[in-house]
Design a protein around this ligand. Structure first.
Ligand SMILES: Cc1ncc(COP(=O)(O)O)c(C=O)c1O
Length: 388
């Protein structure tokens, strides 16, 4: 065995769903009509207004590095967005345009986490966030959460689990994989708790635009002493453009500026020019239509999964996922996902990609495909669970 690999590699988890994706691709090359309900990105293309703005800039030929923190106009628009959408004032100097929320996390953890310091996160949660902490030598302590706290960490969890090794807590609302939101009161209490304990509070708000029948509250409503991570990937339909943003507490501005210069110099220039159009009225009309479509898909999928006998303890109010309990059919949700793909050509994500608590009973269904396709997927699921 080679010992040239860094030891940390063994601590970085890979996605089980990649195995399903590999097999799904094989099935497709064999002519099978695979329905993809595993994918965590919108099936809609980037809105044309955004694409046009990107192309227009490319055609100027002036595709040079921008300032490390991002185009001042874009930071300005992001600040204006916080004012308009949430009624909060954010000093633009605290806003850093990043290569997606992923880049925002690298920057946030890079400037705030020391080796061996620990972060509290929910189980289930989006696994990359924990792997980013590992990359910087940090540790994550995952806390099993269930429907009683809307699958979110609470102030009580934070207090109970905090030790001298703990540096902070991360909350993702709406959550991936559960689509559930933290209540504003719980968010406030959690932030207060972390602030009182002298730690860092990280709020992953990447699914904020995609919320149905309620509103998401930004952590900035309650404190300026928080890291807020957001992105143009999901609501704005720009996954492949790799652009997001990070808002840091005042004392981290200088460090963020310095680290951003070093780790990626600047976020893709054409993506930043494209994103300038993301807040335009015409773009928002288009995005709101898409949000309505996602809401209808959520309802369709929710009703059908319940009808088929899956358990969903809370109707999700955001993102584009339903995290369903399949214990009526199996004690091995990963095998269930593999067998379902093999038998019926529908791809879904097994619970163990998001943690270990009850993961063997859980499956994540993404409604990133049309109702027409999901209707076929549900017929196939019905046939699969009722096979002889
Ligand atoms: C909860 C959560 N945070 C962050 C990300 C990273 O998103 P991106 O880097 O595309 O902005 C994802 C992507 O699926 C996610 O689900």
């Amino acid at each position: 065995m080679s010992n040239r690999l860094a030891e940390r590699n063994s601590e970085i988890s890979s996605f089980y769903v990649m195995e399903l994706l590999r097999r799904a691709k094989q099935l497709e090359t064999q002519g099978k009509d695979v329905i993809h309900m595993e994918i965590g990105e919108p099936d809609f293309p980037t809105p044309p207004t955004i694409v046009d703005a990107g192309i227009k800039h490319l055609l100027t030929g002036e595709v040079k590095y921008t300032a490390a923190a991002g185009l001042p106009e874009l930071r300005n628009k992001i600040a204006a967005f916080y004012q308009k959408r949430y009624g909060v004032t954010v000093n633009e100097q605290r806003i850093f345009v990043t290569p997606g929320a992923s880049g925002a996390f690298l920057l946030a953890f890079g400037i705030s986490l020391n080796p061996n310091e620990e972060l509290l996160m929910a189980d289930p949660c989006y696994p990359c966030n924990s792997n980013f902490a590992t990359l910087f030598g940090g540790k994550t302590k995952t806390i099993a959460v269930d429907a009683s706290s809307r699958y979110q960490l609470t102030a009580r969890h934070i207090k109970e689990q905090w030790t001298s090794a703990t540096k902070g807590a991360l909350i993702a609302s709406p959550s991936n994989p559960t689509g559930t939101l933290i209540t504003p009161e719980e968010l406030k209490q959690s932030i207060n708790t972390v602030n009182t304990l002298g730690g860092c509070f990280y709020s992953d708000e990447i699914y904020h635009g995609l919320v149905y029948g309620t509103n998401a509250t930004t952590a900035l409503t309650f404190s300026d002493d928080v890291f807020v991570i957001n992105s143009f990937s999901k609501y704005y339909g720009m996954t492949g453009w790799r652009i997001g943003w990070l808002i840091v507490p005042d004392e981290f501005i200088e460090a963020a500026e310095k680290l951003a210069q070093n780790i990626y110099i600047a976020t893709s220039t054409q993506s930043q020019y494209a994103a300038l159009a993301a807040f335009d009225k015409n773009t928002l009309v288009e995005l709101e239509n898409r949000r309505a479509e996602f809401a209808a898909r959520r309802d369709f999928l929710y009703d059908n999964l319940l009808r088929l006998g899956f358990e969903i303890s809370i109707k999700p109010e955001g993102a584009f996922y339903i995290y369903a309990n399949c214990k009526k059919f199996t004690d091995d949700s990963y095998q269930f996902a593999l067998d379902f793909l093999e038998a019926e050509a529908v791809a879904i994500t097994p619970g163990k990609d998001f943690g270990s608590y009850e993961a063997h009973h859980m499956l994540r269904f993404a409604y990133t495909t049309s109702i027409a396709k999901m209707a076929i997927a549900m017929q196939r699921l019905d046939r699969f669970i009722n096979r002889g």
